[in-house]
Design a binder for this molecule. Structure first.
Ligand code: BGC
Length: 245
């Protein structure tokens, strides 16, 4: 079975048809820049262009950087505030003419890693963390997703943890890898004391530089790097759509 997966990110909106038996992209992914203000209507138009690029007709999944309940966007940490309360699934379905299923982007990446990547066959508690513009989390218990965990936004030292340990924070504050890894460690240590995970999977944009900061992570939980790299969001969005058919 093949379904279209789309990943809405802070800088790019990417998509590709996915083979759901193998987790491989069937065509080269197509990427368009995320519109500047990234309001609902503009993002929907960009998604429509991705759909048209592949001449796609049929169901599709969309990974979206917010908590999403039954297609409705509930939070807006790094996106336009007018998303809150928007039925993204209905909007994308109406604009593209294809049935669209919308899932949190980190949950999508986690679904892909659990099915085809670093989390394959992992029982127990697994936390996937995507580190990029924001920090996304996906919590799995014996392979079952607990959706919308939003553990990037716990409070650390009086601040939203994401504002200290995201890759955007590393770049903004011009931190060395070691300095930044200290902040990420503090965040992950807090989570390990609360959830006692058996495994951490680290993905998102920063995962391609994992060799630069993994040695500085001081944690009792085993940590592995995501295997699907920047394809996880696309693959997971397609998997999510399949689960809804
Ligand atoms: C959002 C999450 C999202 C993460 C990664 C956070 O700011 O609150 O919903 O998964 O960024 O995009």
């Amino acid at each position: 079975m093949e379904l279209l997966g789309i990943d809405v990110g802070g800088t790019g909106i990417k998509g590709a048809p996915v083979n759901l038996e193998t987790g491989e992209l069937v065509h080269e992914r197509y990427r368009l820049p995320t519109p500047d203000a990234a309001r609902p209507e503009e993002v929907a138009q960009t998604i429509k262009e991705v759909v048209e690029h592949f001449k796609w007709q049929g169901p599709a999944g969309v990974g979206f950087p917010a908590a999403v309940q039954k297609g409705i966007v509930r939070t807006a940490a790094n996106i336009h505030k007018s998303w809150i309360g928007t039925d993204a699934a209905a909007l994308f379905t109406q604009v593209t003419g294809c049935p669209m299923y919308v899932v949190n982007d980190a949950d999508a990446a986690g679904l892909a890693e659990m099915a085809f990547g670093a989390g394959r066959g992992q029982a127990g508690v697994v936390i996937m963390i995507t580190v990029g513009t924001g920090i996304g989390t996906a919590l799995f218990v014996d392979g079952i997703l607990v959706p919308n965990t939003e553990l990037g936004h716990i409070e650390i030292r009086g601040k939203d943890a994401e504002s200290r340990s995201s890759d955007a924070a590393r770049q903004r504050k011009e931190l060395s890898w070691e300095e930044w890894a200290g902040k990420l460690s503090e965040h992950l240590k807090r989570l390990e004391n609360l959830f006692w995970p058996d495994l951490y999977i680290i993905g998102g944009g920063v995962s391609k530089s994992h060799e630069k900061f993994f040695p500085y992570l001081k944690l009792r939980t085993p940590v592995v790097v995501a295997q699907l790299l920047n394809q996880a969001g696309i693959v997971g969005a397609a998997l999510y759509a399949k689960s809804k058919l």
